[in-house]
Design a protein. Structure first.
Length: 296
C-alpha cells in the first residue's frame, strides 16, 4: 500500500493538498517609511476594463482573490483605465475588503483633482488610498501640491508621480530632485532600460520607491518570446516561464520596489507572484538575460 492510498483510507486529503503552501513573496522596503511591499503587484490597465460584463467582473474578482492568496498587496489603477476602478472596488467588496491591500491610484485631470480623488475613492470603496500619483505628469503643477497637502493632512499615506514608455524623463528627473516624493512609477523591463541611466540611480540616491509598469510591454514582449524556448539558465533561479524570467530580471534591480504586471487570468497572477520568491539573478545573470532577450 503506498502512502497516497493509506492517507486516503484514513480520510486525509489528497497529497497535492498537503503540499507545502507557496512561499511568501519576497519584499522590499518603501525607503521613506520602511514598510515592506511584495516585489510583484497587480496592474489593471486594459485587463480590468471589462465594463458591466458580469462574467468579466467575476473573473477580475477571482484574479484578485488569487493575488491576495499568494501574498500580493499592491493593486494599481487610474481614472483613465475605463471601468477598472469600479471593477476593483466591486472585487474588493466581494472579497471582504482584504486588510493586506495596498491601494495605489492616480490623479489624471487638468481640473479639480480633489473631486477626482474622492470619486476614485468611492469607486474603490476604500476609506483612503495608500498611494496617490500624478498620472503621466498631467497638470502636475496643480495636482502634486494637492497630493502633498493631502499627505500632510493624513488623507493619503504616500505620494508619487508616473510616466510610461520613456516619455518626459528629463522633466520627471527634475521633479524627483525638487520634491520629496515617496514613489515614482516608470517603464522598466529587460528591453526598455532607459531608466537605468539616470532615474533608477536617482531614486536610490533620493530614497524613492519605484514601481515598474509595462513589464511585458502590454503582452507584446511575451508574445515575441513565446516563439523561442526558455533558456536553460532560467532554471538556475527557479523560472518556469518567460514571464517569470522577465519579472525576476526587473525586481532584481536594487532600485525597483515592485513590478505591476496586469492580467485577467488566475493562472497568470499566480505565475507572476511566484516570480517574487526564490533566488533572484545577480548582476552577471541580469546581463545574460538582457543579452539573450535582446538577440531574440
Amino acid at each position: 500500500m503506498n502512502r497516497r492510498h493509506l492517507l486516503q483510507l484514513l480520510g486525509w486529503p489528497a497529497l497535492p493538498a498537503l503540499a507545502q503552501a507557496a512561499p511568501a513573496p519576497l519584499t522590499r522596503p518603501i525607503p521613506s517609511s520602511g514598510e515592506q511591499l511584495p516585489l510583484v503587484g497587480l496592474g489593471t490597465w486594459v485587463t480590468f476594463n471589462v465594463g458591466r460584463d458580469p462574467q468579466g467582473r467575476q473573473q477580475c474578482t477571482e484574479v484578485m482573490r488569487a493575488f491576495f492568496a499568494a501574498g500580493g498587496r499592491l493593486i494599481d489603477s487610474s481614472p483613465m483605465y475605463g471601468s477598472a476602478q469600479p471593477v476593483v472596488g466591486e472585487g474588493l467588496h466581494r472579497l471582504g475588503s482584504p486588510k493586506a491591500l495596498f491601494s495605489a491610484d492616480k490623479v489624471w485631470t487638468s481640473s479639480d483633482g480633489a473631486a477626482q480623488v474622492e470619486q476614485s475613492r468611492r469607486l474603490w470603496r476604500v476609506p483612503r488610498f495608500d498611494l496617490l500619483q500624478v498620472h503621466n505628469l498631467l497638470a502636475w503643477e496643480e495636482q502634486l501640491p494637492l497630493l502633498l497637502g493631502m499627505k500632510k493632512a493624513g488623507q493619503v499615506r504616500y505620494v508619487g508621480i508616473t510616466t510610461s514608455e520613456g516619455r518626459r524623463h528629463r522633466e520627471f528627473e527634475q521633479l524627483m530632485r525638487d520634491h520629496r516624493l515617496d514613489f515614482v512609477q516608470l517603464t522598466y523591463n529587460p528591453v526598455d532600460r532607459e531608466a537605468e541611466q539616470r532615474l533608477l540611480p536617482l531614486a536610490r540616491e533620493r530614497g524613492i520607491a519605484v514601481l515598474a509598469n509595462r513589464p511585458f510591454r502590454q503582452g507584446e514582449l511575451l508574445d515575441r518570446l513565446a516563439r523561442h524556448p526558455l533558456p536553460a539558465f532560467a532554471a538556475d533561479i527557479g523560472c518556469r516561464s518567460w514571464a517569470q524570467l522577465v519579472l525576476k530580471h526587473i525586481v532584481s534591480h536594487p532600485a525597483i520596489t515592485c513590478a505591476i504586471p496586469a492580467t485577467s487570468r488566475v493562472d497568470h497572477v499566480r505565475e507572476n507572484l511566484a516570480a517574487a520568491s526564490g533566488p533572484l539573478p545577480d548582476a552577471g545573470l541580469r546581463r545574460r538575460i538582457e543579452s539573450h532577450i535582446g538577440q531574440l
